[in-house]
Write a protein that binds this ligand. Structure first.
Ligand code: ADP
Ligand code: MG
Ligand code: MG
Length: 892
């Protein structure tokens, strides 16, 4: 039989899959001689067995647990259930991937009506003993028996009120004893059986409950969000208790080795004196800042500082540590890599390199690029802030505006309806997670920087302000009051998670700034990456922003966007309405200078870098008003007796044209090069505008690299024909100068046939740009809008598909087409340039694919350029050897 229970001293950091993150951490720290209370870990494999056994703990497994328990009794010189010297343990969940607060832990197991008296006698502290026991009843009641927390909180509140005492700390031994009676009655009433006095039954039920908590609702939601596999399971840690609630020399706290919000190198955390376990994170009492501990318990603080530095060097990363001080003695209960904002992640990675703890490559590998988005988050435009409504803790940076909602379900419902919401709670619990996901940002009136809301929001990169104590949250009346002003549900509110400010109403947001650390890191990324990172930009503003963010050119300029402005749309419509070539040419002559000016600007901004211009792509009906709208206008004109007017005649013509242009399936209709071939004047005009712009810029000594991209080619002849036209436009416009301008003509590969016949198409193409959005639509036969609106969510929920193929490039199908087209194309033209444009170009997984497929570049939206640069570096690093395993913790 394989071993399913390991002493902490038997495990190690590398066994995370088996022991869970917490168990592996406890093992590693134990082996290094750090002050960890002894205990053992029941493996994740045991958890899987529990589920295979129809959610029952196999007897053989419990026997194994008992034999380790016997060892622990020996070790501590105590016995489980022995009133003379009772052993107390915690039963702690611990999954492989950290899921803060999502699963359950029970403390003080081993207390019953008899052992509690023993504990009181032994410690000479009955108040403490009864406090421990009522906590056990409370945790056991809610975790094992599923009794609502309020059933315990309510009597406690009542008792405090009755005694006229504001805080738990003021309650006496007698008070706790009374509460124990009440809690036992609650348990008996709610569960139909008494709280088990047999401590072995307590242990068995507790272990089962932790396994069961793996499948509770909030854990399931969290796993889905963070893509944690269902089969991973959780380990269970059984550990001897140490007590932070033993009086004035005791306490408990949590600590980050660096500031998780901005990355500053300084211990960052909170603690509570005379408290136990979850008290700090629960947000029920406001904790003290860690710096105060240096004054309150200097020796323990010094030990803590030392240990923090040691753990950081060992794990080569910022750590999140849980500690307890029992009568002046420090114990470490947990360590893990600390969750952090993107801003902190970048600063910490760069600092660790500069402190010699990690190498540049490690820093690049460490960055979670999906998270970098947050860095480019906007903040509040300072000049906009008139009056602050309230102020709290800056728990997760970024600014957000939304309509007020007071519960998670409402947040989800409104969010689904497309409304922007800000979730306001007194404090959040793990049950609120779906609301935090749906909201633009979260605001709480209680809880510190390590409260649940703060941790979860930082993990998701969403703005959060918490501990905003001046807020009066009335969840009944659904109002929010501060500084004499009251807001109601649905009112707009803004929060700034970087400063903690809350403002009534909406606010203008300002652009993100790039920190020096990020610049450094991006510089390192450029040193190792092989893929070039271009940008999708249609306007000079976008192009400028992208260049600032490190784009190496424009990979996609969608020219249709240039026709949608109010000044141009009517000209475009007159072009579409034109009955003959003469009229068409007239409209085009008006569009030409506008286009030319657009291109000139782009060339100037991208001086020295390639600018890829895609010729008109969408079907013409997209430039026309909707039919219903036109019919309404016709009706209105008729009602006003103006059916004979000039306007009415125009409306008639528009209606006629819109009907003509109507297609059953526009995605597969007359668009892209099909339009270009049927109406050559349009592409002619665009080519002429491009080359005129080139000429002008050449005269300004600007280095231009125009790349003209033909969309939707499916047959080599399409490109052959269009290329001839483009070349002859170049000849006409550039004349002699043609030699000083190396323009390229290429195509988008977005129809499967183009990929299949890439060898033929490559004869006329200087580059291939994979339009992976359309290519995915046509390869899967999914129309994106219909798929995402209808079955795709279902597919993802039912695990028919792992990922949304419009977000993460499908490597097996679409990817195969890309690889094949690249191979075939290069056989014909070894220097053929290949890349991806569209949303996938900014997605991490897709970028890794593009690197592996040997593409030359990716092109993505300006704000994703930094992310793409780092992902491209990570792709290059993946080819090299893995980073070395950390050496053992130096002790002493
Ligand atoms: P979570 O994964 O939710 O953080 P933990 O298992 O870490 O849950 O435990 C919750 C709290 O209980 C933590 O504050 C932890 O420090 C405390 N705790 C757990 N085990 C012990 C123990 N043996 N002695 C004292 N405190 C403990
Ligand atoms: Mg913990
Ligand atoms: Mg397309």
């Amino acid at each position: 039989m394989e071993k399913r229970v390991y002493k902490f001293s038997e495990g190690q950091a590398a066994w995370k899959e088996l022991l869970g993150g917490k168990g592996a951490g406890l093992a590693e720290m134990t082996r290094a001689g750090l002050p960890v209370p002894p205990g053992f870990t029941v493996t994740t494999e045991a958890c899987r067995q529990y589920y295979r056994h129809g959610r029952r703990l196999p007897d053989s497994l419990f026997a194994e647990i008992e034999s380790q328990l016997a060892w622990l009794e020996e070790e501590r010189g105590q016995r489980f259930g022995d009133p003379a010297r009772p052993l107390l343990v915690s039963v702690r969940s611990g999954s492989v991937t950290s899921m803060p607060g999502m699963m359950d832990t029970i403390l003080n197991l081993g207390l019953n009506d008899e052992t509690v008296e023993g504990l009181a006698r032994l410690t000479g502290n009955p108040r403490f003993a009864y406090d421990c026991y009522r906590r056990l009843l409370q945790m056991y009641g809610s975790v094992v028996l599923g009794i609502a927390a309020i059933r315990f909180e309510h009597p406690l509140e009542q008792l405090k009120e009755e005694r006229g005492l504001p805080s738990d700390q003021d309650l006496s031994a007698e008070d706790w004893k009374r509460l124990i009676g009440i809690f036992q009655a609650v348990i008996a009433e709610e569960s139909g059986e008494a709280f088990p006095q047999d401590v072995r039954i307590q242990l068995r039920r507790a272990v089962e409950a932790v396994f069961r908590s793996w499948s509770n609702n909030r854990a399931a939601v969290y796993r889905k969000l963070h893509r944690i596999p269902e089969e991973q399971g959780t380990a269970v840690n059984v550990q001897a208790m140490v007590f932070g609630n033993m009086g004035g020399q005791s306490g408990t706290g949590v600590l980050f080795t660096r500031n998780p919000s901005d990355g500053e190198k300084r211990l960052f955390g909170e603690y509570l004196m005379n408290a136990q376990g979850e008290d700090v994170v629960a947000g029920t009492r406001t904790p003290s800042e860690i710096a105060r501990l240096a004054v309150e318990l200097p020796d323990a603080y010094a030990r803590l500082e030392e240990t923090a530095a040691l753990l950081e060097r060992h794990y080569r990363d910022m750590q999140d540590i849980e500690f307890t001080i029992e009568q002046g003695e420090l114990f470490i209960l947990q360590t893990r890599s600390g969750k952090r904002t993107a801003q902190a992640a970048v600063r910490i990675a760069v600092d660790l390199v500069q402190e010699g703890i990690i190498a540049k490559e490690d820093a690049l590998r460490q960055i979670d690029v999906t998270h970098l988005n947050q860095l480019l988050h906007r903040g509040i435009d300072e000049s906009e802030i008139v009056r602050v409504f309230a102020a709290g803790l800056p728990a997760s940076p970024g600014a957000a505006s939304g309509q007020l909602v007071f519960d998670a379900d409402m947040a989800e419902e409104w969010g689904k309806a497309g409304r922007k919401v800000v979730l306001v709670r007194t404090e959040t619990t793990p049950e609120d997670i779906h609301g935090v996901i749906a909201a633009e940002g979260t605001l709480t009136s209680r809880g510190g920087m390590t409260s649940h809301a703060a941790v979860v929001a930082r993990g998701m990169g969403k703005p959060c302000v918490c501990g905003c104590e001046e807020l009066l949250v009335d969840t009944e009346a659904r109002t929010l009051t501060a500084r004499g002003e009251t807001l109601a549900e649905g009112d707009w509110i803004s929060i700034d998670g970087s400063t903690g400010r809350v403002v009534a109403g909406t606010l203008k947001l300002r652009e993100a700034v790039i920190s020096d650390e990020l610049r450094t890191l991006l510089g390192w990324a450029d040193e190792v990456k092989r893929l070039r990172v271009l940008t999708n930009a249609d306007t000079p503003q976008d192009a400028r922003k992208a260049r600032e963010l490190g784009a190496e050119g424009i990979g996609l300029c969608r020219t249709e966007h240039m026709f949608f402005s109010p000044a141009r749309l009517p000209v475009m419509q007159s072009l579409i309405l034109a009955d003959n070539e003469e009229e068409r040419r007239h409209a085009l002559r008006r569009l030409l200078p506008m286009q030319q000016a657009d291109f000139e600007e782009l060339f100037r901004v991208m001086d020295g870098l390639p600018v890829t211009i895609r010729l008109l792509d969408p079907p013409l009906h997209e430039f026309m008003p909707k039919l219903e709208e036109l019919l309404k206008r016709r009706e209105a004109l008729a009602r006003a007796g103006a059916s004979d007017s000039e306007e009415a005649r125009l409306v008639e013509r528009l209606i006629h044209k819109v009907k003509l242009l109507h297609e059953t399936n526009p995605m597969l209709g007359q668009r892209g090069c099909r339009l270009g071939i049927v109406f050559p004047e349009i592409y002619d005009m665009q080519a002429e505008a491009i080359f005129r712009a080139v000429l002008r810029c050449l005269h300004e000594s600007i280095e231009v690299h125009p790349e003209i991209m033909v969309p939707l080619v499916g047959h080599a002849n399409e490109l052959k024909k269009l290329r001839e036209w483009i070349d002859s436009a170049a000849e006409q416009v550039l004349g002699e100068e043609r030699r000083s301008c190396a323009y390229r003509v290429g195509t988008m590969i977005e129809v499967p046939r183009a990929a299949l016949t890439a060898a033929q198409i490559a004869r006329y193409a200087d580059f291939f740009s994979f339009g992976t959005n359309d290519l995915t639509q046509m390869t899967y036969g999914f129309s994106r809008d219909d798929a995402e609106g209808k079955f795709l969510t279902h597919y993802l929920d039912a695990k028919v598909l792992e990922d949304n193929p419009f977000q993460v490039l499908d490597p097996d199908g679409v990817g195969q087409l890309i690889e094949m087209a690249v191979r075939q194309g290069r056989q014909v033209k070894p220097k053929l340039r290949t890349g991806v444009c569209g949303e996938h170009g900014g997605d991490k997984e897709s970028i890794l694919f593009c690197h592996d497929a040997g593409l030359d570049y990716v092109s993505c939206s300006p704000y994703r350029v930094p992310l793409a640069r780092i992902a491209a570096a990570q792709a290059a690093l993946r080819e090299r050897a893995d980073c070395p395993v950390p050496e053992a913790i130096p002790t002493g």
